[in-house]
Each structure stands twice: as C-alpha cells, then as structure tokens.
Design a protein around this ligand. Structure first.
Ligand code: ADP
Length: 357
C-alpha cells in the first residue's frame, strides 16, 4: 500500500464550484511530490483535505493506511499533531509568543512541551540565536524557518507545505528549500504546493491540477527541452573536469535543483540514477555531445569571425545553441575548418563532417 492513497477526491462548493474533481493519485513513502497548477486550480484544497483541515464532498484518502474520513475528535487531533507537519505561505505564528514558544506550542498539542527540544529544532534551521525573538522581530525568511522547526518538532512522517517560499526573497527561498532538501534526504514524505516551476523541479515528481482535475506531468513540460540540454551539459562538464569520478546525485547542484526533471530524464533513458550515483546513458551522451558541439562551435564562430570578447562567448553561445539545426552545425564546422577546441581550449566533439584523424 502506498503512503498516501487518494481515490476520487472531490470537493464541491455551492452547487457549481468544484475545487477538486475526482482526483486519484498515490504517493510512496519518502517521495517528494510537487502539486502544481494555476491559481484557483485546487492545490490548497487538496493539501487541506490530506491534512484533515477540510473534508471531501466525495471520494476518500488514506495516509499510512488510515482512512481520513473515519477520524473524529481526539483521534483527528492526534493524527494532525503526530503524523503531519504543516508549513504555510502565511506563517501563522502567534505574534505574542517567542520563536521557541511558538515551536513549543506545537509540541503541547502532541506531548509535553520541552524547551530544550524546541530550541534544538530552531538551531537545526539556523535560528539558535533567535530563540527569544517575537515574530515581529524576525525577517520573513526567519519566520518561515520557525514554521519549518514547528512542523518538524513532532517528527511527522508527512510534511504538507503550501507555497512555503511564496513570501520570501531569493536568498531565504534558497535557505528554506535547502531545509526541504535535507528533510527529503532524511526520508520524510513531502507534498509541496507551488506554482513556481523552479521549485516544482526540485521535487521528485510533479502532478498538476487544472480546474480541480489532475493531469500527471509524466512528459517533459513545454520549454523544458532547453533545460534538459543544459543539465546534460552540466553532467558532461563534470565528466570532463573530474574524469572517472562518480557523480553523487545529492551533491550535484543541478540535480538538487532539478530532481523532477532528472527523474523524467531517467525515464527517457537519458541518464541513470542508481544507488544515488548519476551517470549519463548512451542516449544522453549522444545528446550531450551534440549540444556541447553546437555550443563550442558557436563560441568559435563568435571569437574567430566576429572577434567577440572572450568573457561574452559562453553567454552568447548559450543563447543560440538550442536553435541550431544539424545542417547549420555541419556548415559551421566546415566554415571554421573543423576546429579541435573552443576558444577556452576545451575539445569540440567531432561530427560526421570532420575528417578522420
Ligand atoms: P489554489 O490553491 O490552486 O489557488 P484553491 O484550492 O484555493 O486553489 O481553490 C480552488 C477553487 O475553490 C477556487 O475556484 C476557489 O475560488 C474555490 N474555493 C476555495 N475555497 C472556497 C470556499 N471556502 N468557498 C467557495 N469557494 C472556494
């Protein structure tokens, strides 16, 4: 049985608004799922139903085998406190309680409050020196980190996060997403609502809602082909820079930022991810060779022919490399007399047009 099983979930408002419409999906233990879709598509409603903050009009959901519809009173409160950690876009911190007291409040609903434990949770999110601050004395990013500490204090198996970086600037977004990456690595199951494709790609899998209906994103979304080229290039560069070294997926920044895309790339047999080690498959290698060749030939063209400054080559080549067709690349290679290296000295993979060596 999967960790979460949602079957035909429907949430109807009035007689005509379907916030959720017959939504069926499952989530495995330890999986990180992004719930995406435009505003008003039912994302928050789905999270609220799974967190027992709202009840479906039809259908049912099970979390770790527990049928949510059967939970009442104390059992319902216990389920929320013990099994689930919530992180919302609006922080929902109690304004007159300090950071450590806000975390202890969540403990209180679960067991005896333990200040030491609450302080440890805050240290873990980098707020060891902010324990006695009120929410108003903390920045947005710090308040959200208090929320993450609060969500974790009862060691829930399931973390439900609703646009957790929606109110944060870029620096704090990176810090908070770093925390989620760690939680995922530790085996927590995470369901994260976001409308931001960059955040969505950090998850392992994405589902998308439109008008309350689910569409599984199992094919590459439009516009993602360029991203795939760039990720293959990054793997190629790692091969070139550290030949023979294995690539540890969870230490490879591009992987951390694009888990979902790498998952799809593995399905498409462009890469392999076995026991946490990332490797290019023959298919991926062919595609990477082609994009590296286009990039370095474009750099050569800009440098040899137009005398473009060396510092501008990479960015300009990146701009056109995805648009060059095979025929143009061949003509370019012939025009440049089959160069061996790019202007920075890296080898240009040879093409069918290149004379044998
Ligand atoms: P999202 O999180 O994707 O922005 P929501 O789950 O908040 O979407 O809302 C889905 C739909 O349900 C929207 O059309 C919204 O207007 C409607 N809705 C949400 N809450 C209520 C409510 N309490 N009463 C009536 N309609 C609601």
């Amino acid at each position: 049985m999967a960790f979460i099983e949602a079957q035909g979930l429907t949430r109807k408002y009035n007689s005509s608004v379907f916030a959720l419409n017959d939504v069926t999906f499952s989530v495995e233990k330890g999986e990180w799922l992004a719930v995406m879709g435009p505003s008003g598509s039912g994302k928050s409603t789905l999270l609220n139903v799974l967190g027992c903050l709202d009840a479906p009009s039809a259908g049912n959901a099970r979390v770790e085998g527990i049928d949510l519809a059967q939970l009442r009173g104390d059992a319902l409160a216990r389920f929320r406190a013990e099994k689930i950690g919530f992180v919302f876009q609006q922080f929902h911190l109690v304004p007159y309680l300090t950071a450590v007291e806000n975390v202890m409040l969540a403990q209180y609903f679960h067991s005896l409050a333990d200040e030491q434990e609450a302080a440890d949770a805050l240290r873990r999110v980098g707020l060891g020196d902010r324990l006695q601050h009120l929410p108003s004395e903390l920045s947005g990013g710090e308040q959200q980190r208090v929320c993450v500490a609060r969500a974790l204090i009862n060691q829930p198996n399931l973390i439900l996060a609703d646009e957790p970086t929606g109110n944060l600037d870029e620096v704090n977004e990176t810090i908070v997403m770093g925390l989620f990456t760690e939680l995922h690595r530790e085996g927590h199951t995470i369901l994260m609502v976001t409308h931001d494709p960059e955040i969505g790609r950090m998850a392992e899998r994405r589902i998308e809602l439109h008008h309350g209906r689910l569409t599984d994103v199992s094919v590459f979304p439009a516009g993602e082909e360029e991203l795939i080229d760039n990720l293959l290039k990054a793997v190629w560069h790692a091969y070139e820079d550290f030949p023979g070294d294995p690539i540890v997926a969870d230490k490879f920044p591009e992987f951390i930022r694009n888990r979902a895309t790498f998952q799809l790339m593995a399905q498409e047999e462009l890469v392999r991810n076995e026991s946490g080690m990332l490797a290019m498959s023959p298919r991926g290698e062919g595609r990477a060779r082609s994009v590296i060749r286009r990039h370095r030939l474009a750099e050569r063209l800009f440098f040899n022919t137009f005398g473009l400054d060396e510092t501008l080559l990479d960015a300009n080549a990146c701009r056109i490399e995805h648009t060059l067709g095979a025929e143009v690349v061949e003509k370019l290679c012939i025009f440049l007399n089959h160069p061996d290296t790019c202007p920075h000295g890296s080898p240009i993979p040879r093409g069918a047009c290149c004379p044998a060596k």
